[in-house]
Design a protein around this ligand. Structure first.
Ligand SMILES: C[S@@+](CC[C@H](N)C(=O)[O-])C[C@H]1O[C@@H](n2cnc3c(N)ncnc32)[C@H](O)[C@@H]1O
Length: 346
C-alpha cells in the first residue's frame, strides 16, 4: 500500500545525498518528510543515514500512517515520529535542517510550508512528477502554476527542472532567502531538486534566473518560437557534494545508482544550461553521420572548453563552449572519418 517501487532508485539517491550533505553524525539535527505515505523514503533516510536526532513524518491518510508507524517500530528507530497531519498547513517555523517534499504531481501547494519550516541554511529536497506541465505539453498550466513559459520537446524535461528551480528561487526570495542547488536531476518521469536555502546577502550576485530569447540565445537549439522562462540558468550540482556521493549498500538499484552518481560527478564540472545531441547537431549541419558523443567531449576539451556527457539523456553532452564552437567541432569530427571517430571514443 502506498509504495512506489519505481522510485526505489530515487530513494537510493536520497540516502546517498543525505550522507554527503551532512557528513557528521546527528547532533541536534532535525528532518521532516512532509508527504510520507508508508515512510519508504523517510524511514530509509532515518535508518540508513543516522544523520538526524529527530525525524518527523507526516501523512494525511490514516491507513498509511499506521503502516509507517509499524515500519518505524519494526526498524527499532528512535527519534522518529509519524503523525497524521495536513502538511500544507502544518506550522513548524524554522525548525528543520532537512525538509523532503515528495508529492504526487506538483510540489507548489506545499512549498510555502516547506520553506517556512527550514532553519536558515537548511536543505530542501523536492520531487515533481507533473512533467506534462513542467516539460511544456501543457504550457498554459505551467504559466499559471509556475509563472514560467516552458520549453517543449526533447529539451522540455531539463527546461522543467530549471523552471522549477527558478520558481523555488523566487518563492525563497519572497522570504528574503536565496537557493543554491546541490544536486538537481531528472530521471524517468520526474525531476528532483536538492537546494540549500539561506538568508540572502545584499552583496550577493543576483540569482541566475532569466528568460531565454531565441534571438540572443547561444546555447543548444531549444526549438523556441518566442521567449521562454524564466529558468534557472546556473549550476545544477555542487561539485564538492557530488564528489562525496557514494551509492548506498545495500541499494535497491545499486548499478544504476552508481552509474548516475558517476555521471553527476562529471557533469558537475560543466555548469552549462541544456545539452547537445550529436544526431540533431549532425542533422542541422547536414553531416552524413553524427560524431560519437565522447568524440565531441574530447574535441571540445582539447579546444579548451569544459564538456561532459549528461545524465539527462543518453548520448547527449553539455559544454561551456558557444554553439558556434560546438558546430565547428561537429564539422571537424565529421571530416576526420569514422575510424578516427571510433578511436577518440575508445
Ligand atoms: C508520492 S506519495 C509520497 C511517497 C513517499 N515519500 C515514499 O517515498 O514512499 C505522496 C503522499 O502524500 C500524501 N498527501 C497528499 N496530500 C497531503 C497533505 N496535504 N498532507 C499530508 N500528506 C498528504 C498522499 O496521501 C501520499 O501518500
Amino acid at each position: 500500500m502506498f509504495y512506489n517501487a519505481a522510485m526505489a532508485l530515487d530513494r537510493d539517491l536520497s540516502v546517498a545525498f543525505v550522507r554527503a550533505a551532512f557528513p557528521e553524525g546527528p547532533g541536534d539535527r532535525r528532518a521532516w518528510e512532509m508527504l510520507a505515505a508508508t515512510g519508504a523514503r523517510g524511514l530509509r533516510i532515518a535508518h540508513e543515514t543516522r544523520r538526524f536526532a529527530d525525524v518527523l513524518l507526516t501523512e494525511r491518510v490514516p491507513a498509511a500512517v499506521a503502516v509507517a508507524r509499524a515500519n518505524a517500530d519494526a526498524l527499532g528507530l528512535f527519534g522518529v515520529r509519524v503523525e497524521a497531519a495536513d502538511a500544507s498547513v502544518l506550522a513548524a517555523p524554522a525548525a528543520f535542517d532537512y525538509v523532503d517534499l515528495d508529492p504526487f504531481g506538483s510540489p507548489a501547494p506545499f512549498l510555502p510550508a516547506a520553506l517556512a519550516a527550514l532553519r536558515p541554511g537548511g536543505v530542501l529536497a523536492i520531487t515533481a512528477t507533473d512533467m506534462m506541465v513542467l516539460a511544456g505539453v501543457q504550457r498554459g498550466a505551467a504559466e499559471r502554476r509556475y509563472g514560467s513559459t516552458p520549453v517543449r520537446g526533447r529539451l522540455g524535461p531539463e527546461g522543467g527542472l530549471r523552471l522549477l528551480i527558478a520558481y523555488v528561487a523566487r518563492e525563497a526570495a519572497r522570504r528574503g532567502s536565496g537557493v543554491r542547488p546541490l544536486l538537481c536531476y531528472l530521471h524517468d518521469h520526474h525531476v528532483r531538486l536538492h537546494v540549500r536555502v539561506a538568508p540572502a546577502d545584499p552583496t550577493d550576485a543576483p540569482p541566475p534566473v532569466a528568460r531565454i530569447d531565441p534571438g540572443t540565445w547561444t546555447g543548444p537549439d531549444l526549438g523556441l518560437a518566442g521567449a521562454a522562462g524564466p529558468f534557472w540558468l546556473g549550476p545544477l550540482f555542487d561539485p564538492a557534494l557530488t564528489d562525496r556521493l557514494v551509492a548506498p549498500e545495500p541499494a535497491a538499484r545499486p548499478r544504476e545508482a552508481a552509474r548516475l552518481i558517476a555521471a553527476f560527478r562529471e557533469e558537475a564540472r560543466v555548469p552549462a544550461p541544456f545539452y547537445y545531441e550529436p544526431n540533431r547537431l549532425a542533422g542541422g549541419l547536414g553531416l552524413a553521420e553524427p560524431p560519437a558523443p565522447d568524440a565531441f567531449v574530447a574535441a571540445l576539451r582539447q579546444a579548451g572548453y569544459a564538456a561532459a556527457r549528461t545524465h539527462a539523456r543518453a548520448g547527449a553532452f553539455r559544454t561551456l563552449a558557444p554553439r558556434s564552437a560546438v558546430e565547428d567541432a561537429a564539422r571537424r569530427l565529421a571530416g576526420i572519418g569514422h575510424s578516427q571517430n571510433e578511436r577518440v571514443r575508445a
